[in-house]
Design a protein around this ligand. Structure first.
Ligand SMILES: NC(=O)c1ccc[n+]([C@@H]2O[C@H](COP(=O)([O-])OP(=O)(O)OC[C@H]3O[C@@H](n4cnc5c(N)ncnc54)[C@H](O)[C@@H]3O)[C@@H](O)[C@H]2O)c1
Length: 438
């Protein structure tokens, strides 16, 4: 290892007090910034969103997994600051990029946030720095998109600038597997780049998993999320098949899960949501198409998962119809609009699509979600109904779409005239005449 790399490694290693930049202070970036600050580093968080920058500097958390107290303490002690000016990263030893990677209109990768961040960063980079990309993206992004931008400034990756990819696996709302307890996969553009990135993450994560290249690390993330998407599609289709045959899909999954090898349970739900699962596999199919290969599993799984909100809408209509009621004019209370339990993230949430579909059929739809104070439906702001005022008996049907653990399921089934439970969760409610289960 050359002297420049060795000096950087010494600055990054646990026990040292490097300066670390985090670009993008969202679900991924803010918890990471907090973890690095707790490890003794001086952390500078960069975001284009002035409200997020102001909130961090005021010690106010906007991410459920980051406690306001912890954030305030780090800000007050000067170990964490935020800015919208990338120039504040000029003295950083390492910079981690955590910007969004959405899909474009034709479901093609939109890496414009990555290129935007990289172009800005290129203005401040100098020899002796490490840059790691954490945003989920297609294999080749680190090499083909980041490397040329940085080398155009006269730097040479692997010699005086070090570049790696490390997929983020954080699971917002998961209190068992927190950031420090999730093994971290790291792939460098060169072996030295990897060694430096491993040193960086060893500061905050117990188990770091080095892989042979940045492309491998990029592919690991896409495989993990495609694996989930395909298996969720399989179990969603199983639920549809079981319902037709009058078999409980939950009993089938529970019994199958007693097999001690070769089986892993997945659970049906109202559809995929969030920033990752509905989008990430498309990054892989797009990349494969460039190589003349059309992946089949990804498209097929997506087709099934995207149909689930329609299937749930049909279930609600059928359940009302069985009780002599029409969906048109029915009062429907949605319980949970976040895409997953115990978070307030509604990005791509299937509950929103179900609400749209129900409203299009003439239902009068309201919602309660303890984590989502308001949503915008057809350009109109719709507030969450206060639980104390919800009065379940006044609704024709309650549709459970998110498994927030704050809900008292027994009370809901007792008080609502009809409950359609579509939660993607293991805990089953006891059978009741007014309960219809996905
Ligand atoms: N949310 C998750 O659970 C999760 C889990 C694993 C991986 N990921 C991946 O991590 C990446 C980030 O996701 P997220 O959920 O944290 O997104 P987010 O939208 O919550 O946060 C991203 C932040 O980046 C900021 N930003 C955009 N461009 C910027 C730029 N040029 N400079 C500075 N800031 C910029 C945005 O203002 C935003 O605050 C995505 O690729 C996502 O797929 C997310």
């Amino acid at each position: 290892m050359d002297a420049i790399a060795q000096e950087l490694k010494d600055r990054l290693t646990a026990g040292a007090t490097p300066t670390i930049g985090v670009v993008g202070l969202g679900y991924v970036g803010l918890p990471l910034a907090v973890a690095f600050a707790r490890s003794g580093a001086a952390v500078v968080g960069i975001d284009l969103d002035a409200r997020r920058v102001a909130a961090v500097n005021a010690g106010t958390s906007f991410i459920e997994d980051v406690s306001g107290d912890a954030l305030r303490e780090l800000v007050d002690s000067g170990r964490l600051t935020a800015s919208d000016d990338v120039l504040t990263l000029k003295d950083a030893d390492a910079v981690v990029i955590c910007v969004p990677t959405p899909l474009g209109k034709s479901r093609e990768p939109d890496v414009s946030f990555i290129t935007g961040a990289a172009d800005a960063l290129a203005r401040v980079l100098h020899p002796g720095q490490l840059v790691v990309l954490e945003s989920t993206t297609y294999p080749g992004t680190t090499q083909e998109v980041l490397r040329p931008r940085f080398e155009a400034c006269g730097l040479t990756v692997g010699k005086d600038l070090f570049l790696a990819f490390s997929p983020e696996r954080i699971d917002p709302g998961n209190t068992t597997y927190t950031l420090d307890r999730i093994p971290k996969v790291v792939g460098g553009v060169t072996p030295v780049c990897r060694e430096l990135a491993v040193a960086l993450y060893r500061r905050i994560i117990g188990h770091v998993v080095p892989v042979s290249s940045a492309e491998t690390a990029e592919m690991v993330k896409l495989y993990e999320n495609t694996f989930r998407s395909v298996n969720i599609a399989l179990v969603n289709e199983l639920a549809i098949m079981c319902r037709r045959l009058g078999i409980s899909v939950w009993e089938v999954i529970g019994a199958a899960a007693t097999k001690p090898f070769g089986f892993m349970p997945f659970y049906p739900g109202p559809g995929l949501g969030g920033h990752c699962l509905p989008s990430d596999p498309y990054y892989l199919s797009w990349r494969m198409r460039l190589s003349g290969y059309e992946p089949r599993f990804i498209a097929f799984a997506d087709e099934i998962n995207r149909r689930m909100p329609h299937y749930v809408t049909e279930m609600v209509a059928d359940a009302l119809n069985d009780r002599g009621r029409a969906l048109k004019g029915a009062r429907v209370l949605m319980l949970g609009v976040a895409y997953k339990a115990n978070v307030g993230d509604v990005r791509d949430s299937p509950a929103l699509e179900i609400m749209d579909l129900l409203r299009a059929k003439g239902a009068d739809v309201g919602y309660h979600d303890p984590y989502v104070p308001a949503i915008t439906v057809a350009g109109v702001k719709l507030p969450s109904i206060d639980w104390a005022q919800a009065d379940l008996g006044r609704w024709d049907v309650a549709v459970i779409t998110t498994a927030h653990t704050t809900y008292d399921w027994a009370t809901i089934v007792r008080d609502a005239p009809l409950v359609v439970d579509t939660r993607n969760a293991t805990g089953r409610l006891p059978a009741a005449p007014n309960l219809v289960r996905l």
